[in-house]
Design a binder for this molecule. Structure first.
Ligand code: NAD
Ligand code: UDP
Length: 310
């Protein structure tokens, strides 16, 4: 039985990961400061004999004995990571250092939840792992993007300097149950607005694109990466390569919910990437992974979840 630490374990992705790791017979320690995570997401696991919760902020060191670390702690929605941008950078950078030091001490394998945001507002489309990105160092997204880029650097320096076993995963937009209905991301916003009969807020003209991965696909990819051969360090893209404009997404959500909400247009936030779509050839080749859930199927499951919480 492996002892696995999941930082950010009470968040959207972290809670699904804890569930999957318990199902697979591991002992799971969920570490979270509950900034954007919720006790509700992990409530059903609290009675599990091999599940433990620690309230802790990853910007401070911690001493534990573990075999594997999944480092997910970091707010992921733009309104949340822009709420206290200095803390966001600290969470990515100091959090990475503290978790890498911990991994080094207990010789644990460690996976970093990196992001497609390391590509910034990409000039190369779709984005392969070899693309170095176009990130503003001074804009309102930089606290997140540059924090995550620095965390990748730290992972590779610990790998070279301390021969740590590392895995760096670049996650593209993911959605599904346990998303915070009010964290401001597009899928949750559109569904909640549609269910409540409120206006659907498209930022800009709605022609910007994203590629949406359903959470179960993403978590399968994450666990496969952790269990992959030692020479596979990443960075590796994991996401769904089917691309949609935000206008298309709004019309699909309206159709699936049967809502009479109106579409309204709001100002596009600064540095909002115009396009985003992963190249997933590496994940296919090295992990034997590709997504299997179509957008409409995943949205229907997500709509059912939001009906029960809003
Ligand atoms: P989330 O906001 O739901 O979860 C993040 C979790 O980290 C929350 O439980 C939060 O309370 C916790 N946290 C934040 N700061 C912390 C700190 N200093 N110490 C301890 N815990 C802290 O977001 P998510 O969508 O589940 O994202 C999880 C990870 O995956 C993040 O690192 C994010 O950058 C990455 N990611 C997510 C997506 C996506 O589409 N969901 C895309 C790319 C990358
Ligand atoms: N967006 C939108 N309406 C909303 C929320 C977001 O049109 O109510 C847009 C946002 O401007 C961006 C896209 O949807 O172009 C994805 O936004 P999200 O915050 O989900 O993720 P990210 O921009 O980090 O990929």
């Amino acid at each position: 039985m492996k002892k696995v630490l999941v930082t950010g374990g009470a968040g959207f992705l972290g809670s699904h990961l804890c569930e999957k790791l318990l199902e697979e017979g591991n002992e799971v320690i969920c570490l979270d400061n509950f900034f954007t995570g919720s006790k509700k997401n992990i409530e059903h696991m609290l009675d599990h004999h091999y599940f433990e919760v620690i309230r802790h902020d990853v910007t401070y060191p911690i001493s534990l004995e573990v075999d594997e670390i999944y480092n997910l702690a970091c707010p992921a929605s733009p309104p949340h990571y822009q709420f206290d941008p200095v803390q966001t950078t600290k969470t990515s950078v100091l959090g990475a250092i503290n978790m890498l030091d911990l991994a080094n001490k207990c010789k644990a394998k460690i996976l970093q939840a990196s992001t497609s945001e390391v590509y910034g507002d990409p000039e190369v489309h779709p984005q392969p792992e070899t693309y170095r990105g176009a990130v503003s160092t001074t804009g309102i997204r930089a606290c997140y993007d540059e924090g995550k880029r620095c965390a990748e650097t730290l992972f590779f320096d610990y790998y070279r300097q301390h021969e740590l076993r590392i895995k760096v995963m670049r996650i593209f937009n993911t959605y599904g149950p346990n998303m915070d209905p009010y964290d401001g991301r597009v899928v949750s916003n559109f569904i909640v607005q549609a269910l409540k009969g409120e206006d659907i807020t498209i930022y800009g003209d709605g022609s910007q694109t994203r590629s949406f991965c359903y959470v179960s696909d993403l978590i399968n990819g994450m666990v496969r990466l952790m269990n992959s051969d030692e020479h596979i360090t990443g960075p590796i893209n994991v996401g769904n390569p089917k691309e949609f404009s935000m206008y298309e997404l709004a019309t699909i959500v309206l159709d699936l919910t049967g809502s009479k909400s109106e579409i309204v247009y709001r100002k596009l936030p600064q540095d909002d990437p115009l396009q985003r779509k992963p190249v997933i050839e590496l994940a296919k080749r090295d992990l034997g992974w590709e997504p299997s859930i179509e957008l409409k199927e995943g949205l229907l499951k997500t709509i059912e979840y939001f009906k029960s919480v809003v």
